[in-house]
Ligand binder design. Structure first.
Ligand code: DQA
Length: 143
């Protein structure tokens, strides 16, 4: 059974109370539970991890034993060359996801330095972005 690491970046531990108009009212635990359910249906295993620290996210990518990565890098999306390099170095098929439509927000959110080393980016569908990202990764792994 394929294993997928789901990595959540900074401030996503505050989901539920953090700017609910932008990010919705679901908590990270709700999202992880929903993804675990979807994973069962898709016959894959997932492990979910959140960190507010760039170095911890890098270490998690380095140490990952999974075959693919679903990644919401949060604000690191827009400037962390170190995370981009970690994704590129590890070489796992990776999908970048965002709850909000980053392209419809402030200009500094329009650029992702990580998306170019990913299979693709999914943004703007709330927690459903993760579901679409997971399905896209499973499809890629089956291909
Ligand atoms: C986010 C978008 C980022 O710009 C922001 O910094 C986040 C959340 C999203 O999921 O919409 O922390 O990654």
């Amino acid at each position: 059974m394929p294993n997928i690491l789901i990595l959540h970046g900074p401030n996503l531990n505050l989901l539920g109370t953090r700017e609910p108009d932008v990010y919705g009212r679901e908590t990270l635990a709700d999202i992880n539970a929903m993804l675990t359910e979807h994973a069962q249906r898709l016959q894959v295993q997932v492990r979910c991890l959140q960190s507010n620290h760039e170095g911890e996210l890098i270490d998690a990518i380095h140490k990952a034993e999974e075959t693919a990565l679903l990644f919401n890098p949060g604000a690191f999306t827009h400037y962390s060359i170190a995370l981009r390099d970690a994704v590129a170095a590890k070489g796992l098929p990776t999908v970048e996801v965002h709850l909000s439509n980053v392209h419809a927000r402030e200009e500094f959110r329009h650029r992702s330095v990580i998306a170019p080393v990913c299979l693709g980016q999914i943004a703007g569908f709330g927690s459903y972005s993760y579901v679409v990202g997971l399905a896209a990764l499973v499809h890629h792994l089956e291909d």
